[in-house]
Write a protein that binds this ligand. Structure first.
Ligand SMILES: Cc1cc2nc3c(=O)[nH]c(=O)nc-3n(C[C@H](O)[C@H](O)[C@H](O)COP(=O)(O)OP(=O)(O)OC[C@H]3O[C@@H](n4cnc5c(N)ncnc54)[C@H](O)[C@@H]3O)c2cc1C
Length: 394
């Protein structure tokens, strides 16, 4: 393979572009929207602990491997580009506000320990010793106890994307704005992409277009469940940082950046390709922050945004060759873990494309694999999370 065109300039497309270019492949990236317009930019950048353990699901093995790679990539990216992507082992605190919530944390802690992660159960007093700024939440009866995952990390998506883009350009990758409408296929080969302004030819093609991949894959007769699941975030600027750990409660979270910015997220909304925030949700998220941290004097809402997570049907992204085509591949459907799984996804697909033995069995990720049985809700799938959101009353 000597030249490759990747459709998609989010975390998945850029990570693959960097990896392929590092192996000597001439790479071109086509992206309709870049930087702040991608779901990747909109992410929170939470990396939960991801130890390898007996009986691990393939998706979790991909995360575990990616987690290791992220530590190496962060150092390499900083050395190559001078950009610090903010990878930080801040730890994660999970809070309960009811007896049922405490019971769930006990079950979760047992599960984490069984997998080999350090998980500590904390009473309300110990939670406050960890994060004194949660005193307001404790006084209001919002915190009965918690669980501490010391190995949880965070990364700043915008900086990571900037570092990836610069590294790609240093490696000779051409990144262009283009709106791909369809592909021209002759026999078993994709010949060219038809864009809004012309046509582009390439020897090899990769679809890495996030939530929009399903629409493009239909051109090849491939049914792929990458419909968008919206997530909203509010960004506050505080006079100084209040907490050090990522604070999670049910599906909501607070992520403190060292410069004082505080991300408050999020939602899981099956509302189609609507990239807008909604006033009700912004108000609700501000309420989450205040219910845990108190009135937040001196804080300013800097901005709010929404991103469209690419869903998957079985808890696994699709990574590999597109069935019945000789020169087309796909990497999409990373749903809630695309930042975390981006490094492993890039190396796995680059291995498959360049004829190297892959580190992980690619079969569970194969595009075109059998769909889960109708009515089943596999762990980690989009349906699983939507059901949990409904249960949490969002
Ligand atoms: C609120 C929120 C919080 C999140 N938090 C986390 C987190 O903490 N940790 C984590 O690991 N993940 C998180 N995620 C998930 C993560 O953001 C996604 O899984 C990931 O960004 C998907 O990356 P992608 O490159 O596949 O898609 P995208 O980032 O959406 O990139 C798709 C690219 O394809 C391009 N494209 C689309 N259609 C076309 C076309 N027709 N022609 C040309 N280009 C096209 C787009 O312009 C874009 O460049 C979060 C997501 C959201 C919304």
């Amino acid at each position: 393979m000597n030249d490759c065109c990747i459709v998609g300039g989010g975390i998945i497309g850029l990570s693959l572009a960097r990896e392929l270019a590092g192996r000597g492949v001439k790479v071109r990236v086509l992206a309709r929207g870049r930087g702040a317009e991608t779901t990747s930019w909109a992410a929170a950048g939470i990396f939960p602990p991801s130890p390898l353990h007996a009986g691990i699901l393939p998706a979790d093995a991909l995360t575990a491997w990616s987690d290791k790679l992220h530590r190496l990539w962060s150092e390499d990216l900083q050395a190559e580009t001078g950009i610090d992507n903010g990878l930080l082992s801040s730890g994660g605190l999970y809070l309960a506000r009811s007896a049922a919530g405490l019971e769930r944390l006990r079950t979760d802690a047992t599960r984490w320990r069984g997998r080999g992660a350090a998980a500590e159960l904390l009473d309300a007093q110990a939670v406050l010793e960890c994060e004194p700024a949660l005193a307001g939440g404790a006084e209001a009866g919002e915190i009965l106890g918690g669980m501490l995952l010391r190995e949880e990390m965070q990364l700043r998506p915008s900086r990571h994307l900037d570092a990836l883009e610069r590294s790609c350009r240093n490696r000779g990758v051409v990144i262009e704005e283009a709106d791909v409408r369809r592909f021209v296929v002759r026999g078993a080969r994709v010949e060219r992409a038809v864009t809004a302004t012309g046509e582009i030819s390439a020897g090899t093609w990769v679809l890495a277009a996030g939530s929009w991949t399903g629409g493009l894959a239909r051109t090849f007769g491939l049914a792929l469940d990458t419909r968008p699941i919206r997530g909203q975030i509010v960004l506050l600027r505080l006079p100084s940082p209040l907490i050090t750990r990522i604070v999670n409660r049910d599906l909501d979270y607070l992520v403190q950046r060292p410069d004082g910015r505080l991300l408050v997220g999020s939602t899981l909304e099956d509302v189609g390709f609507d990239p807008n925030t909604t006033p009700d949700t912004v108000t609700r998220l501000l309420g989450v922050a205040r219910s845990l941290l108190g009135e937040l004097p001196g804080s300013v809402v800097e901005r709010s945004w929404a991103g469209l997570r690419p869903s998957n049907a079985d808890g696994h992204p699709s990574i590999g060759p597109i069935p019945d085509l000789d020169n087309a591949f796909l990497s999409a459907g990373h749903f809630r873990a695309g930042l975390h799984q981006s490094t492993g996804s890039a190396v796995l697909l680059a291995d498959l494309m360049t004829g190297h033995a892959p580190h992980l069995d690619p079969a569970p990720f194969a595009p075109g694999r059998a769909a889960p049985p109708v009515g089943s809700v596999p762990a980690g799938s989009t349906a699983d999370y939507l059901a949990r959101t409904a249960a949490a009353g969002e």
